[in-house]
Write a protein that binds this ligand. Structure first.
Ligand code: GLC
Ligand code: MG
Length: 510
């Protein structure tokens, strides 16, 4: 192996609330995750990212934290975390925790006291608080939108407004404040001291805001540069935290949850910053060969400037299911492509089963995005429905018989369960397992330079370096002849590949 363990690691995102429910309260929990670790080891991933399990009133499914160094009693105990880390390590899996340091819950002690203390108080200085504009200070201080819809400011009711880039129940912290900086560092240390191998920094680019709080220019669109995103100052924070990560024996991974193109994520990868930053753009790329080729080249070039590789994101709890975004076959093709590309890969729980996006009834939706957009956006819960493990009726092994999962599972969920797919060689699960097993042998730690080979329209063919296997991806709808690329076909995204590679599929050839 060359470089640190994470350079080409495949990390599986365990969305705790929807993974496995040990006690039957409908909510996935840490003992549930622990009991399913052998499944993840058997799948062949290198690491697991465990989404937030800290005490939370759940206005944003645990991303609204009241105590960063404790465990939500509904999800387990600190002893469960220790047990999970220990079990994972024994199974050869690394563990990443998810730290939400940009904001707290509105029920966090700091915010409760800030609300009570009133304008001009020291308590409010830990948050982004500004007087409202206009008569009676009744208008928000700036025109900044919340990422979840509506204004990013909410009134305290006394002329002051506080900033919440996400939900109103997630007030943003001011990282320039010494208490905030010290507390964040204490949180990072707390989890590293418990033995986690890395940390995901939630909303990584949002931690620094322009202290002049300028309005967004007319015509501003989401995705354009903003005075609260990816500012130069945010990198000072990551430099500080990177020193902390590096101070642990062997070094620990920091991964930034970045949302932006190559030029946005590359600075997070400077040698004195983090090891990984999410490459999210590909999540939205349509299946057009030239677009993928140019996009892949741009990400490799930008990360390569700092001696790093991309962290390819195949899916997550924040976007629609891969099988929905790219179609079921497209999702498999992209999976093989990402596993063959230089870099790390993030897989989202349930995508190894090819789970579809679920259309939930309005009453079932919990995501604040739904409420804040007045129902215009369905939100992200369709990708968060608890996993089907076994059986033909609710809760499909997610929890004990008779329990009711926090989001309703479809009535045909049994057909896509782990048990159903486990022994089916044509299943999404079998493909994922086989691809992960081969990845180490065929792709990982080969040269980081891609050699693109000639390919028919809407196809991609590449090697890492100038020798070795070729990955052929057919993103179009016409079957293509794979034989020019190699003689040994070791894997395809479809069980029935003969001489033609079907539409929207991929194969690895030697
Ligand atoms: C990140 C999380 C997302 C959450 C948001 C606010 O983007 O992935 O689920 O809603 O941060 O914490
Ligand atoms: Mg539970």
């Amino acid at each position: 192996m060359t470089g640190p363990w994470w350079r080409e690691a495949v990390t599986y995102e365990v969305y705790v609330r929807s993974f496995a429910d040990s006690d039957g309260d409908g909510l996935g929990d840490l003992p549930g995750v622990r009991s399913r670790l052998p499944y993840l080891a058997g799948l062949g991933v290198d690491a697991v990212w465990v989404t937030p399990f800290y005490p939370s009133p759940d206005h944003d499914a645990g991303y609204d934290v009241t105590e960063h160094r404790a465990v939500d009693p509904r999800l387990g105990t600190l002893a469960d975390v220790d047990g999970l880390i220990g079990d994972a390590h024994r199974l050869g899996l690394r563990v990443l925790v998810d730290l939400v340091l940009n904001h707290v819950s509105s029920e966090h002690q700091w915010f409760v006291s800030a609300r009570a203390a009133g304008p001009g108080s020291a308590e409010r200085a830990r948050f982004h608080v500004r007087p409202g504009r206009g008569p009676g200070r009744a208008e928000p201080p700036t025109n900044w939108p919340s990422i979840f819809g509506g204004s990013a400011w909410a009134p305290f009711g006394d002329g002051d407004w506080y900033l919440h880039l996400f939900d109103t129940e997630q007030p943003d912290l001011r990282h320039e404040h010494p208490d905030v900086a010290a507390d964040a560092l204490a949180t990072i240390r707390f989890w590293l001291d418990r033995g986690v191998d890395g940390v995901r920094f939630d909303a990584a680019g949002s931690l620094s805001k322009d202290p002049g709080y300028p309005d967004l220019p007319e015509g501003w669109q989401p995705g354009d540069p903003a005075p609260y995103s990816d500012r130069d100052e945010v990198h000072e924070i990551y430099r500080r935290w990177a020193r902390e990560l590096a101070s642990y024996p062997g070094g620990r991974l920091g991964v930034a949850e970045t949302w932006g193109g190559p030029e946005v994520l590359a600075p997070y990868l400077r040698p004195d910053e983090l090891g990984q930053a999410f490459a999210m753009d590909p999540l939205y790329w349509p299946l057009r060969a030239q677009l993928w080729r140019d996009g892949v080249d741009a990400l490799l070039a930008a990360t390569g400037r700092h001696g790093r590789l991309p962290a390819w994101v195949h899916g997550s709890h924040d976007v629609r299911r891969a099988a929905d975004r790219w179609g079921p076959h497209g999702a498999r093709a992209v999976l093989l492509m990402m596993l063959a590309l230089p870099g790390a890969v993030y897989l989202y729980a349930g995508d190894e089963l090819g789970l579809p996006e679920v259309t939930l009834a309005d009453e079932a939706i919990r995501d604040p995005v739904f409420r804040r957009s007045g129902g215009a956006e369905r939100g992200r819960d369709g990708a968060r429905v608890p996993l089907p493990w076994t059986g033909d009726s609710v809760p499909y092994g997610f929890g004990p018989t008779g329990s009711t999962p926090w989001l309703p599972q479809p009535t045909d969920w049994g057909e896509v369960s782990v048990a159903r797919q486990r022994d089916d060689p044509g299943s999404a699960l079998a493909l994922t397992r086989a691809a992960l097993a081969l990845r180490g042998e065929w792709w990982r730690d080969r040269p980081a330079e891609l050699t693109w080979r000639d390919a028919p329209a809407e196809c991609l063919a590449f090697r890492r370096g100038h020798r070795g296997p070729t990955c052929v991806v057919n993103l179009g709808d016409v079957p293509v002849d794979w034989r020019p690329y190699g003689r040994r076909l070791l894997l395809a995204s479809m069980p029935t590949v003969e001489e033609k590679l079907p539409a929207r599929s991929a194969a690895w050839l030697a």
